[in-house]
Write a protein that binds this ligand. Structure first.
Ligand code: SF4
Ligand code: FES
Length: 576
Protein backbone atom coordinates (compact mmCIF):
# COMPACT_ATOMS: atom_id res chain seq x y z
CA UNK A 1 0.00 0.00 0.00
CA UNK A 2 1.34 3.48 -0.85
CA UNK A 3 0.23 6.34 1.47
CA UNK A 4 -0.84 9.65 -0.20
CA UNK A 5 1.25 12.81 0.57
CA UNK A 6 0.04 15.13 3.38
CA UNK A 7 -1.01 18.68 2.33
CA UNK A 8 0.33 21.93 3.89
CA UNK A 9 -2.38 23.51 6.07
CA UNK A 10 -3.41 27.13 6.82
CA UNK A 11 -5.85 28.26 9.53
CA UNK A 12 -8.90 30.34 8.63
CA UNK A 13 -11.88 31.53 10.67
CA UNK A 14 -15.33 30.67 9.34
CA UNK A 15 -18.33 32.06 11.20
CA UNK A 16 -16.22 32.34 14.37
CA UNK A 17 -14.68 28.86 14.12
CA UNK A 18 -10.98 28.26 13.46
CA UNK A 19 -10.40 25.55 10.89
CA UNK A 20 -7.20 24.23 9.29
CA UNK A 21 -7.54 23.71 5.53
CA UNK A 22 -5.06 22.75 2.80
CA UNK A 23 -3.21 25.75 1.38
CA UNK A 24 -4.81 26.95 -1.89
CA UNK A 25 -8.32 25.82 -0.92
CA UNK A 26 -10.93 28.38 -1.93
CA UNK A 27 -13.51 29.75 0.47
CA UNK A 28 -16.34 27.47 -0.74
CA UNK A 29 -14.23 24.35 -0.13
CA UNK A 30 -12.79 25.70 3.13
CA UNK A 31 -16.32 26.36 4.42
CA UNK A 32 -17.34 22.85 3.39
CA UNK A 33 -14.49 21.43 5.49
CA UNK A 34 -15.90 23.43 8.42
CA UNK A 35 -19.36 21.99 7.78
CA UNK A 36 -20.69 25.27 6.34
CA UNK A 37 -22.47 25.32 2.99
CA UNK A 38 -21.78 28.28 0.71
CA UNK A 39 -24.34 28.04 -2.11
CA UNK A 40 -22.89 28.32 -5.61
CA UNK A 41 -23.78 27.62 -9.23
CA UNK A 42 -20.93 28.43 -11.60
CA UNK A 43 -18.13 27.12 -9.39
CA UNK A 44 -17.16 23.50 -9.92
CA UNK A 45 -14.18 22.02 -8.07
CA UNK A 46 -12.69 20.53 -11.25
CA UNK A 47 -13.15 23.49 -13.61
CA UNK A 48 -11.59 26.96 -13.82
CA UNK A 49 -13.22 29.67 -11.71
CA UNK A 50 -15.19 32.31 -13.63
CA UNK A 51 -17.22 33.99 -10.88
CA UNK A 52 -20.28 34.77 -12.95
CA UNK A 53 -23.26 33.62 -10.84
CA UNK A 54 -22.45 35.66 -7.65
CA UNK A 55 -24.33 33.18 -5.47
CA UNK A 56 -21.27 32.54 -3.32
CA UNK A 57 -20.94 36.10 -1.97
CA UNK A 58 -19.67 36.17 1.62
CA UNK A 59 -18.16 38.76 3.94
CA UNK A 60 -14.38 38.58 4.26
CA UNK A 61 -11.83 40.12 6.59
CA UNK A 62 -8.10 39.94 7.20
CA UNK A 63 -6.13 40.42 10.43
CA UNK A 64 -5.16 44.11 10.74
CA UNK A 65 -1.45 44.95 10.52
CA UNK A 66 0.11 48.36 11.16
CA UNK A 67 1.53 49.36 7.76
CA UNK A 68 4.41 51.21 9.36
CA UNK A 69 5.55 48.67 11.97
CA UNK A 70 4.09 45.52 10.35
CA UNK A 71 2.88 44.59 13.85
CA UNK A 72 -0.63 43.21 14.53
CA UNK A 73 -3.20 45.88 15.44
CA UNK A 74 -5.02 44.77 18.59
CA UNK A 75 -8.68 45.37 19.40
CA UNK A 76 -8.81 47.45 22.60
CA UNK A 77 -11.99 45.69 23.80
CA UNK A 78 -10.95 42.06 23.29
CA UNK A 79 -7.16 42.27 23.24
CA UNK A 80 -7.19 40.11 20.10
CA UNK A 81 -5.92 41.10 16.66
CA UNK A 82 -8.42 43.38 14.93
CA UNK A 83 -10.07 42.15 11.73
CA UNK A 84 -10.38 44.53 8.81
CA UNK A 85 -13.69 43.55 7.19
CA UNK A 86 -14.01 44.40 3.50
CA UNK A 87 -16.70 47.01 2.90
CA UNK A 88 -18.50 44.94 0.25
CA UNK A 89 -19.22 41.22 -0.06
CA UNK A 90 -16.74 39.10 -2.02
CA UNK A 91 -17.19 35.93 -4.05
CA UNK A 92 -15.91 32.85 -2.23
CA UNK A 93 -15.13 30.77 -5.31
CA UNK A 94 -12.38 33.13 -6.47
CA UNK A 95 -10.75 33.69 -3.06
CA UNK A 96 -8.21 31.26 -1.69
CA UNK A 97 -7.78 30.62 2.00
CA UNK A 98 -4.84 32.59 3.43
CA UNK A 99 -3.59 32.46 7.04
CA UNK A 100 -5.96 34.35 9.35
CA UNK A 101 -8.65 34.91 6.69
CA UNK A 102 -12.03 35.55 8.34
CA UNK A 103 -15.31 34.63 6.62
CA UNK A 104 -18.91 35.37 7.57
CA UNK A 105 -21.61 33.39 5.79
CA UNK A 106 -24.65 34.00 7.96
CA UNK A 107 -24.93 37.79 8.20
CA UNK A 108 -27.99 39.76 6.97
CA UNK A 109 -25.84 41.19 4.15
CA UNK A 110 -24.90 37.72 2.87
CA UNK A 111 -28.51 36.59 3.07
CA UNK A 112 -29.66 39.67 1.17
CA UNK A 113 -27.06 38.97 -1.55
CA UNK A 114 -28.27 35.38 -1.99
CA UNK A 115 -31.90 36.46 -2.14
CA UNK A 116 -31.05 39.07 -4.76
CA UNK A 117 -29.16 36.58 -6.93
CA UNK A 118 -32.01 34.07 -6.67
CA UNK A 119 -34.57 36.67 -7.68
CA UNK A 120 -32.58 37.56 -10.79
CA UNK A 121 -32.00 33.91 -11.71
CA UNK A 122 -35.68 33.07 -11.38
CA UNK A 123 -36.90 36.01 -13.47
CA UNK A 124 -36.70 34.07 -16.70
CA UNK A 125 -36.49 30.55 -15.33
CA UNK A 126 -39.66 28.44 -15.73
CA UNK A 127 -41.31 27.87 -12.35
CA UNK A 128 -42.47 24.35 -13.13
CA UNK A 129 -40.38 22.14 -10.86
CA UNK A 130 -43.06 19.41 -10.65
CA UNK A 131 -42.67 18.62 -14.34
CA UNK A 132 -38.92 19.24 -14.60
CA UNK A 133 -36.61 16.25 -14.98
CA UNK A 134 -34.05 17.81 -12.62
CA UNK A 135 -36.47 17.90 -9.69
CA UNK A 136 -34.87 16.28 -6.69
CA UNK A 137 -31.32 17.18 -7.68
CA UNK A 138 -31.70 20.80 -8.83
CA UNK A 139 -29.47 23.33 -7.10
CA UNK A 140 -31.82 26.16 -8.05
CA UNK A 141 -34.77 24.35 -6.49
CA UNK A 142 -32.77 23.64 -3.34
CA UNK A 143 -31.67 27.24 -2.88
CA UNK A 144 -35.13 28.58 -3.72
CA UNK A 145 -36.44 27.03 -0.51
CA UNK A 146 -33.91 29.04 1.53
CA UNK A 147 -33.46 32.21 -0.50
CA UNK A 148 -36.41 32.38 -2.87
CA UNK A 149 -38.94 35.19 -2.50
CA UNK A 150 -41.91 32.87 -2.86
CA UNK A 151 -43.55 35.08 -5.47
CA UNK A 152 -42.31 36.99 -8.49
CA UNK A 153 -42.24 40.76 -8.81
CA UNK A 154 -41.62 40.37 -12.54
CA UNK A 155 -44.67 41.31 -14.57
CA UNK A 156 -43.08 41.55 -18.01
CA UNK A 157 -43.31 38.59 -20.41
CA UNK A 158 -40.61 36.00 -19.79
CA UNK A 159 -37.99 35.27 -22.42
CA UNK A 160 -38.86 32.50 -24.79
CA UNK A 161 -35.88 30.34 -25.69
CA UNK A 162 -35.46 27.09 -27.65
CA UNK A 163 -36.81 23.95 -25.97
CA UNK A 164 -35.78 20.31 -26.46
CA UNK A 165 -32.76 21.14 -28.61
CA UNK A 166 -30.70 18.06 -29.47
CA UNK A 167 -27.15 19.28 -28.84
CA UNK A 168 -25.86 15.82 -29.74
CA UNK A 169 -27.10 12.27 -29.85
CA UNK A 170 -27.05 11.92 -26.06
CA UNK A 171 -27.78 15.40 -24.70
CA UNK A 172 -31.00 17.43 -24.89
CA UNK A 173 -31.07 21.13 -23.95
CA UNK A 174 -33.94 23.18 -22.58
CA UNK A 175 -32.54 26.70 -22.96
CA UNK A 176 -35.24 28.34 -20.86
CA UNK A 177 -33.89 26.59 -17.78
CA UNK A 178 -30.25 27.55 -18.40
CA UNK A 179 -28.87 29.97 -15.78
CA UNK A 180 -25.79 30.75 -17.89
CA UNK A 181 -23.30 29.39 -15.38
CA UNK A 182 -20.99 28.24 -18.23
CA UNK A 183 -19.98 25.00 -16.48
CA UNK A 184 -20.85 22.97 -19.59
CA UNK A 185 -18.85 25.31 -21.82
CA UNK A 186 -15.80 25.10 -19.58
CA UNK A 187 -16.08 21.32 -19.28
CA UNK A 188 -16.04 20.84 -23.05
CA UNK A 189 -13.08 23.15 -23.46
CA UNK A 190 -11.00 22.14 -20.46
CA UNK A 191 -11.69 18.45 -19.88
CA UNK A 192 -13.16 16.95 -23.05
CA UNK A 193 -10.89 19.18 -25.21
CA UNK A 194 -13.82 19.64 -27.59
CA UNK A 195 -14.70 23.33 -27.61
CA UNK A 196 -18.20 23.18 -29.11
CA UNK A 197 -20.47 25.12 -26.72
CA UNK A 198 -20.87 28.87 -26.26
CA UNK A 199 -23.33 31.68 -25.53
CA UNK A 200 -24.90 33.84 -28.22
CA UNK A 201 -26.79 37.14 -27.75
CA UNK A 202 -26.64 39.51 -24.81
CA UNK A 203 -28.06 40.04 -21.35
CA UNK A 204 -31.18 38.10 -20.54
CA UNK A 205 -31.31 36.98 -24.19
CA UNK A 206 -28.04 35.06 -23.81
CA UNK A 207 -28.57 31.53 -25.06
CA UNK A 208 -26.44 28.42 -24.86
CA UNK A 209 -25.84 26.72 -28.18
CA UNK A 210 -23.32 24.74 -30.21
CA UNK A 211 -21.00 26.65 -32.50
CA UNK A 212 -22.25 26.68 -36.10
CA UNK A 213 -21.69 23.34 -37.77
CA UNK A 214 -20.71 21.60 -34.50
CA UNK A 215 -22.49 19.14 -32.23
CA UNK A 216 -21.92 17.93 -28.70
CA UNK A 217 -20.91 14.44 -29.73
CA UNK A 218 -17.71 13.81 -27.78
CA UNK A 219 -17.51 10.69 -25.60
CA UNK A 220 -17.76 12.84 -22.45
CA UNK A 221 -20.88 14.81 -23.41
CA UNK A 222 -23.03 13.42 -20.57
CA UNK A 223 -20.76 14.98 -17.97
CA UNK A 224 -22.32 18.32 -18.95
CA UNK A 225 -25.66 16.87 -17.80
CA UNK A 226 -24.13 15.85 -14.46
CA UNK A 227 -22.68 19.29 -13.77
CA UNK A 228 -25.55 21.39 -15.08
CA UNK A 229 -26.91 22.76 -11.78
CA UNK A 230 -30.43 23.05 -13.19
CA UNK A 231 -32.60 21.05 -15.59
CA UNK A 232 -31.28 22.65 -18.78
CA UNK A 233 -29.03 19.82 -19.97
CA UNK A 234 -30.61 16.39 -19.74
CA UNK A 235 -29.59 12.89 -20.75
CA UNK A 236 -31.67 11.82 -23.74
CA UNK A 237 -31.47 8.22 -22.48
CA UNK A 238 -32.61 8.98 -18.91
CA UNK A 239 -34.84 12.06 -19.12
CA UNK A 240 -38.35 11.60 -17.81
CA UNK A 241 -37.84 7.87 -17.19
CA UNK A 242 -37.70 7.95 -13.38
CA UNK A 243 -37.76 10.41 -10.48
CA UNK A 244 -34.33 10.40 -8.85
CA UNK A 245 -35.66 10.09 -5.31
CA UNK A 246 -36.99 6.63 -6.13
CA UNK A 247 -33.53 5.40 -7.15
CA UNK A 248 -31.10 3.43 -4.98
CA UNK A 249 -27.39 4.10 -5.39
CA UNK A 250 -24.55 1.56 -5.40
CA UNK A 251 -20.85 2.32 -5.85
CA UNK A 252 -19.27 0.70 -8.87
CA UNK A 253 -16.38 0.95 -11.32
CA UNK A 254 -16.47 1.69 -15.05
CA UNK A 255 -15.16 -1.59 -16.47
CA UNK A 256 -14.80 -0.56 -20.10
CA UNK A 257 -11.04 -0.04 -19.66
CA UNK A 258 -8.24 -0.14 -17.12
CA UNK A 259 -8.69 3.56 -16.25
CA UNK A 260 -11.24 2.42 -13.64
CA UNK A 261 -13.42 5.53 -13.35
CA UNK A 262 -15.53 5.43 -10.18
CA UNK A 263 -19.26 5.32 -10.80
CA UNK A 264 -22.65 5.20 -9.12
CA UNK A 265 -25.31 2.78 -10.36
CA UNK A 266 -28.85 4.12 -9.93
CA UNK A 267 -31.56 1.46 -9.79
CA UNK A 268 -35.11 0.82 -8.69
CA UNK A 269 -36.70 -2.55 -8.00
CA UNK A 270 -33.88 -4.42 -9.69
CA UNK A 271 -33.80 -2.23 -12.81
CA UNK A 272 -30.84 0.04 -13.56
CA UNK A 273 -31.78 3.46 -14.91
CA UNK A 274 -28.51 5.29 -15.19
CA UNK A 275 -24.79 5.39 -14.36
CA UNK A 276 -23.10 8.56 -13.19
CA UNK A 277 -19.51 9.31 -12.16
CA UNK A 278 -18.44 9.15 -8.51
CA UNK A 279 -15.80 11.62 -7.42
CA UNK A 280 -12.32 10.23 -6.97
CA UNK A 281 -9.64 12.90 -7.23
CA UNK A 282 -6.95 10.26 -7.75
CA UNK A 283 -8.63 8.49 -10.68
CA UNK A 284 -11.39 10.31 -12.54
CA UNK A 285 -12.10 13.58 -10.67
CA UNK A 286 -15.87 13.85 -11.23
CA UNK A 287 -16.00 12.51 -14.80
CA UNK A 288 -16.64 9.35 -16.78
CA UNK A 289 -17.00 8.47 -20.45
CA UNK A 290 -20.42 8.20 -22.13
CA UNK A 291 -19.45 4.77 -23.45
CA UNK A 292 -19.15 3.50 -19.86
CA UNK A 293 -22.65 4.74 -19.02
CA UNK A 294 -24.21 2.41 -21.53
CA UNK A 295 -22.71 -0.74 -20.01
CA UNK A 296 -25.76 -1.27 -17.80
CA UNK A 297 -27.75 -2.18 -20.91
CA UNK A 298 -25.98 -5.54 -20.99
CA UNK A 299 -27.88 -6.54 -17.82
CA UNK A 300 -31.15 -6.90 -19.71
CA UNK A 301 -29.71 -7.69 -23.13
CA UNK A 302 -31.54 -10.12 -25.38
CA UNK A 303 -28.59 -12.51 -25.50
CA UNK A 304 -28.24 -12.81 -21.72
CA UNK A 305 -27.62 -16.36 -20.52
CA UNK A 306 -30.15 -17.35 -17.88
CA UNK A 307 -30.24 -21.14 -17.74
CA UNK A 308 -27.69 -23.81 -16.99
CA UNK A 309 -27.15 -25.97 -20.06
CA UNK A 310 -25.55 -29.35 -20.66
CA UNK A 311 -24.90 -30.33 -24.28
CA UNK A 312 -27.20 -27.55 -25.45
CA UNK A 313 -30.14 -28.47 -23.23
CA UNK A 314 -31.41 -26.84 -20.04
CA UNK A 315 -30.16 -28.75 -17.00
CA UNK A 316 -30.25 -28.73 -13.21
CA UNK A 317 -27.14 -27.58 -11.31
CA UNK A 318 -26.42 -31.13 -10.11
CA UNK A 319 -26.47 -32.50 -13.66
CA UNK A 320 -24.19 -29.67 -14.86
CA UNK A 321 -21.74 -30.31 -12.04
CA UNK A 322 -21.74 -34.04 -12.76
CA UNK A 323 -20.99 -33.33 -16.43
CA UNK A 324 -18.29 -30.86 -15.43
CA UNK A 325 -16.78 -33.50 -13.12
CA UNK A 326 -16.66 -35.95 -16.04
CA UNK A 327 -14.93 -33.36 -18.24
CA UNK A 328 -12.43 -32.25 -15.61
CA UNK A 329 -11.80 -35.79 -14.41
CA UNK A 330 -10.53 -36.80 -17.85
CA UNK A 331 -7.58 -34.40 -17.40
CA UNK A 332 -5.60 -32.33 -19.92
CA UNK A 333 -7.67 -29.24 -19.09
CA UNK A 334 -6.66 -25.63 -19.85
CA UNK A 335 -8.24 -22.64 -18.13
CA UNK A 336 -8.90 -19.36 -19.94
CA UNK A 337 -9.30 -16.63 -17.33
CA UNK A 338 -10.45 -13.10 -18.01
CA UNK A 339 -9.10 -9.58 -17.60
CA UNK A 340 -12.75 -8.65 -17.00
CA UNK A 341 -13.03 -10.90 -13.96
CA UNK A 342 -12.62 -9.44 -10.47
CA UNK A 343 -9.41 -9.88 -8.48
CA UNK A 344 -11.19 -12.47 -6.33
CA UNK A 345 -12.37 -14.43 -9.37
CA UNK A 346 -8.91 -14.31 -10.93
CA UNK A 347 -7.42 -15.74 -7.74
CA UNK A 348 -10.04 -18.50 -7.83
CA UNK A 349 -9.25 -19.07 -11.53
CA UNK A 350 -5.59 -19.50 -10.65
CA UNK A 351 -6.54 -21.98 -7.91
CA UNK A 352 -8.69 -23.88 -10.41
CA UNK A 353 -5.82 -24.12 -12.90
CA UNK A 354 -3.52 -25.28 -10.10
CA UNK A 355 -6.01 -27.93 -8.95
CA UNK A 356 -6.36 -29.14 -12.56
CA UNK A 357 -2.57 -29.02 -13.03
CA UNK A 358 -3.25 -27.28 -16.33
CA UNK A 359 -2.14 -24.07 -18.01
CA UNK A 360 -4.00 -20.78 -17.49
CA UNK A 361 -4.37 -18.13 -20.18
CA UNK A 362 -5.72 -14.64 -20.46
CA UNK A 363 -6.93 -12.70 -23.51
CA UNK A 364 -5.93 -9.07 -24.04
CA UNK A 365 -8.15 -6.36 -25.52
CA UNK A 366 -6.28 -3.33 -26.72
CA UNK A 367 -7.74 -0.30 -28.49
CA UNK A 368 -6.97 3.40 -28.82
CA UNK A 369 -6.74 5.30 -25.54
CA UNK A 370 -8.39 8.73 -25.57
CA UNK A 371 -5.91 10.35 -23.18
CA UNK A 372 -8.69 10.97 -20.65
CA UNK A 373 -10.63 8.11 -19.06
CA UNK A 374 -10.75 5.39 -21.68
CA UNK A 375 -7.37 3.70 -21.65
CA UNK A 376 -5.84 1.53 -24.37
CA UNK A 377 -6.28 -1.62 -22.27
CA UNK A 378 -9.97 -2.47 -22.61
CA UNK A 379 -9.72 -5.10 -19.90
CA UNK A 380 -10.38 -3.49 -16.52
CA UNK A 381 -8.28 -5.91 -14.52
CA UNK A 382 -5.16 -7.29 -16.22
CA UNK A 383 -3.16 -6.04 -13.24
CA UNK A 384 -5.39 -8.12 -10.98
CA UNK A 385 -4.35 -11.20 -12.95
CA UNK A 386 -0.69 -10.26 -12.39
CA UNK A 387 -1.21 -9.51 -8.70
CA UNK A 388 -3.00 -12.80 -8.05
CA UNK A 389 -0.39 -14.77 -9.97
CA UNK A 390 -2.87 -15.95 -12.62
CA UNK A 391 -0.42 -14.68 -15.28
CA UNK A 392 3.20 -13.59 -15.10
CA UNK A 393 3.48 -11.72 -18.40
CA UNK A 394 1.03 -9.64 -20.39
CA UNK A 395 -1.50 -11.54 -22.48
CA UNK A 396 -1.94 -11.42 -26.25
CA UNK A 397 -5.20 -10.98 -28.16
CA UNK A 398 -5.14 -14.48 -29.65
CA UNK A 399 -4.76 -17.84 -27.92
CA UNK A 400 -2.32 -19.18 -30.49
CA UNK A 401 -0.34 -21.35 -28.05
CA UNK A 402 -3.53 -22.90 -26.69
CA UNK A 403 -4.67 -23.51 -30.27
CA UNK A 404 -1.42 -25.32 -30.98
CA UNK A 405 -1.80 -27.41 -27.80
CA UNK A 406 -5.32 -28.40 -28.88
CA UNK A 407 -4.11 -29.33 -32.35
CA UNK A 408 -1.29 -31.37 -30.82
CA UNK A 409 -3.80 -33.26 -28.67
CA UNK A 410 -2.21 -32.00 -25.42
CA UNK A 411 -5.40 -30.23 -24.32
CA UNK A 412 -8.72 -32.05 -24.34
CA UNK A 413 -10.91 -29.67 -22.36
CA UNK A 414 -11.10 -25.91 -21.73
CA UNK A 415 -12.75 -24.00 -18.89
CA UNK A 416 -13.48 -20.48 -20.14
CA UNK A 417 -14.34 -17.77 -17.62
CA UNK A 418 -16.39 -15.42 -19.78
CA UNK A 419 -14.04 -15.38 -22.77
CA UNK A 420 -15.30 -16.15 -26.25
CA UNK A 421 -12.66 -18.59 -27.47
CA UNK A 422 -13.70 -18.09 -31.09
CA UNK A 423 -13.10 -14.33 -30.82
CA UNK A 424 -9.75 -15.17 -29.22
CA UNK A 425 -8.64 -17.07 -32.31
CA UNK A 426 -9.75 -20.69 -31.87
CA UNK A 427 -11.27 -22.09 -35.05
CA UNK A 428 -14.59 -24.02 -35.09
CA UNK A 429 -12.56 -27.18 -35.71
CA UNK A 430 -10.44 -26.52 -32.63
CA UNK A 431 -13.54 -25.75 -30.55
CA UNK A 432 -15.02 -29.06 -31.69
CA UNK A 433 -11.92 -30.95 -30.52
CA UNK A 434 -12.28 -29.91 -26.87
CA UNK A 435 -14.98 -30.24 -24.24
CA UNK A 436 -15.77 -26.70 -23.10
CA UNK A 437 -17.08 -25.59 -19.74
CA UNK A 438 -18.24 -22.02 -20.14
CA UNK A 439 -18.95 -19.56 -17.33
CA UNK A 440 -20.41 -16.38 -18.79
CA UNK A 441 -23.10 -13.75 -18.94
CA UNK A 442 -24.01 -13.59 -22.65
CA UNK A 443 -24.38 -15.96 -25.57
CA UNK A 444 -21.51 -16.26 -28.02
CA UNK A 445 -19.84 -18.89 -30.20
CA UNK A 446 -18.19 -20.48 -27.16
CA UNK A 447 -21.40 -20.79 -25.13
CA UNK A 448 -23.05 -22.38 -28.16
CA UNK A 449 -20.21 -24.90 -28.56
CA UNK A 450 -19.85 -25.61 -24.82
CA UNK A 451 -20.56 -28.98 -23.21
CA UNK A 452 -21.59 -27.21 -19.98
CA UNK A 453 -22.75 -23.59 -19.62
CA UNK A 454 -23.00 -21.88 -16.23
CA UNK A 455 -24.71 -18.45 -16.50
CA UNK A 456 -22.95 -15.92 -14.27
CA UNK A 457 -23.37 -12.34 -13.06
CA UNK A 458 -22.41 -8.99 -14.57
CA UNK A 459 -20.38 -6.46 -12.57
CA UNK A 460 -23.67 -4.76 -11.63
CA UNK A 461 -24.94 -7.90 -9.90
CA UNK A 462 -22.02 -8.96 -7.72
CA UNK A 463 -19.29 -7.49 -5.56
CA UNK A 464 -15.57 -7.63 -6.03
CA UNK A 465 -12.53 -5.53 -6.87
CA UNK A 466 -10.45 -4.47 -9.87
CA UNK A 467 -6.89 -3.16 -10.02
CA UNK A 468 -6.67 -0.26 -12.44
CA UNK A 469 -3.81 1.04 -14.57
CA UNK A 470 -2.28 2.88 -11.59
CA UNK A 471 -2.24 -0.35 -9.55
CA UNK A 472 -5.08 1.08 -7.45
CA UNK A 473 -7.39 -1.59 -6.09
CA UNK A 474 -11.01 -0.42 -6.13
CA UNK A 475 -14.12 -2.31 -5.16
CA UNK A 476 -17.59 -2.45 -6.64
CA UNK A 477 -20.89 -3.36 -4.98
CA UNK A 478 -23.88 -5.32 -6.26
CA UNK A 479 -26.51 -2.86 -7.51
CA UNK A 480 -29.25 -5.26 -8.64
CA UNK A 481 -29.91 -9.00 -8.30
CA UNK A 482 -28.90 -11.23 -11.20
CA UNK A 483 -31.47 -12.95 -13.41
CA UNK A 484 -32.96 -16.25 -12.30
CA UNK A 485 -30.67 -19.07 -13.38
CA UNK A 486 -27.45 -17.07 -13.04
CA UNK A 487 -24.99 -17.79 -10.21
CA UNK A 488 -22.10 -15.79 -8.78
CA UNK A 489 -18.92 -16.63 -10.68
CA UNK A 490 -17.06 -17.25 -7.42
CA UNK A 491 -19.56 -19.87 -6.31
CA UNK A 492 -19.20 -21.79 -9.59
CA UNK A 493 -15.43 -21.49 -9.54
CA UNK A 494 -15.42 -22.85 -6.00
CA UNK A 495 -17.54 -25.84 -7.07
CA UNK A 496 -15.17 -26.56 -9.96
CA UNK A 497 -12.14 -26.27 -7.67
CA UNK A 498 -13.71 -28.78 -5.29
CA UNK A 499 -14.49 -31.10 -8.23
CA UNK A 500 -10.85 -30.80 -9.29
CA UNK A 501 -9.71 -31.80 -5.81
CA UNK A 502 -8.80 -28.37 -4.43
CA UNK A 503 -10.34 -26.04 -1.84
CA UNK A 504 -11.30 -22.38 -1.73
CA UNK A 505 -13.83 -20.32 0.22
CA UNK A 506 -16.54 -18.74 -1.93
CA UNK A 507 -17.00 -16.00 0.68
CA UNK A 508 -15.10 -12.86 -0.35
CA UNK A 509 -13.98 -12.06 3.21
CA UNK A 510 -12.49 -15.52 3.85
CA UNK A 511 -11.06 -15.69 0.35
CA UNK A 512 -9.17 -12.44 0.96
CA UNK A 513 -7.37 -13.93 3.97
CA UNK A 514 -6.08 -16.76 1.76
CA UNK A 515 -5.28 -14.41 -1.10
CA UNK A 516 -3.33 -11.95 1.06
CA UNK A 517 -1.21 -14.85 2.39
CA UNK A 518 -0.36 -16.07 -1.10
CA UNK A 519 -0.06 -12.72 -2.92
CA UNK A 520 2.42 -10.43 -1.11
CA UNK A 521 1.37 -7.30 -3.06
CA UNK A 522 -1.84 -7.11 -0.99
CA UNK A 523 -0.03 -6.87 2.37
CA UNK A 524 -2.57 -5.70 4.97
CA UNK A 525 -5.27 -4.99 2.36
CA UNK A 526 -8.54 -6.83 2.91
CA UNK A 527 -11.80 -6.45 1.01
CA UNK A 528 -13.45 -4.79 4.00
CA UNK A 529 -10.73 -2.15 4.40
CA UNK A 530 -10.56 -0.97 0.78
CA UNK A 531 -11.99 2.56 0.99
CA UNK A 532 -14.44 3.99 -1.57
CA UNK A 533 -11.58 5.74 -3.38
CA UNK A 534 -9.43 2.61 -3.51
CA UNK A 535 -5.91 1.85 -2.30
CA UNK A 536 -2.73 2.28 -4.30
CA UNK A 537 -0.72 -0.95 -4.36
CA UNK A 538 3.01 -1.19 -4.95
CA UNK A 539 3.15 -2.38 -8.56
CA UNK A 540 6.92 -1.95 -8.92
CA UNK A 541 7.35 -5.73 -9.36
CA UNK A 542 5.64 -5.39 -12.77
CA UNK A 543 7.03 -1.96 -13.73
CA UNK A 544 9.09 -3.42 -16.57
CA UNK A 545 6.13 -4.92 -18.43
CA UNK A 546 5.09 -3.23 -21.70
CA UNK A 547 1.62 -2.13 -20.60
CA UNK A 548 -0.55 -0.72 -23.40
CA UNK A 549 -1.78 2.44 -21.63
CA UNK A 550 -0.58 5.91 -22.55
CA UNK A 551 -0.98 9.06 -20.41
CA UNK A 552 -4.55 9.72 -19.24
CA UNK A 553 -6.39 12.11 -16.94
CA UNK A 554 -4.63 10.87 -13.78
CA UNK A 555 -2.18 8.39 -15.21
CA UNK A 556 1.39 8.66 -16.36
CA UNK A 557 2.97 5.46 -17.66
CA UNK A 558 6.27 4.47 -16.09
CA UNK A 559 9.40 4.37 -18.21
CA UNK A 560 9.13 1.17 -20.18
CA UNK A 561 11.79 -1.50 -20.19
CA UNK A 562 12.89 -2.95 -23.52
CA UNK A 563 9.94 -4.67 -25.23
CA UNK A 564 10.14 -8.43 -24.66
CA UNK A 565 9.31 -10.78 -27.49
CA UNK A 566 5.55 -10.71 -28.08
CA UNK A 567 3.90 -13.53 -26.17
CA UNK A 568 1.33 -15.53 -28.08
CA UNK A 569 -0.92 -16.13 -25.13
CA UNK A 570 -1.04 -15.97 -21.36
CA UNK A 571 1.32 -17.63 -18.97
CA UNK A 572 1.10 -21.37 -18.52
CA UNK A 573 1.18 -22.11 -14.81
CA UNK A 574 3.66 -24.56 -13.47
CA UNK A 575 2.35 -28.07 -13.86
CA UNK A 576 3.85 -29.03 -10.51
S1 SF4 B 1 -26.83 24.56 -19.68
FE1 SF4 B 1 -26.57 24.17 -17.49
S2 SF4 B 1 -24.34 23.97 -17.25
FE2 SF4 B 1 -24.67 24.95 -19.23
S3 SF4 B 1 -24.57 27.13 -18.83
FE3 SF4 B 1 -26.73 26.56 -18.69
S4 SF4 B 1 -27.07 26.12 -16.54
FE4 SF4 B 1 -24.88 26.12 -16.85
S1 FES C 1 -19.91 30.25 -7.53
FE1 FES C 1 -20.60 31.57 -9.08
S2 FES C 1 -19.59 33.42 -8.55
FE2 FES C 1 -18.85 32.05 -7.12
Amino acid sequence: MIAPPKPELVTVNIDGREVAVPKGTNVIEAAKLAGVDVPHYCYHPKLTVVGNCRMCLVEMGLPAVDPATKQPVLDAATGKQKINWMPRPTIGCATNASPGLHIRTTTPLVRECREGVMEFLLINHPLDCPICDQAGECKLQEQATDYGRGYSRYIEPKNVKPKRTQLGSRVTLDDERCILCSRCIRFCKEVAKDDVLGFIDRGSHSTLTCYPGKRLENNYSLNTVDICPVGALTSTDFRFKMRVWFLKQADSIDFESSAGANTVVWSREGVIYRLTPRRNDEVNDTWMADSGRLLYKQVRAEDRLNEIRVKGLAALPQAAKAEAAAVLGAGQVAVVGSGRSSVEEQFATRRLAAALKGPAWLVSRVGEGDGILVSADRNPNVRGALATGLIRRLPAAKLTELAAQIDAGEIKAVVSIGEDLAAAGLTPAQLAKVAIIYLGTHRNATSEAARVVFPTLTVFEKRGSFINQQFRIQKFAAAVPGPGGATDDLAILQSLIVIAGGTLAADVGVLWETMAKECPVFGAVRFANIPGTGLLLDGSAWAGLPFAEKAGLKYQPAEKAAEPSTPSGGEPLSKA
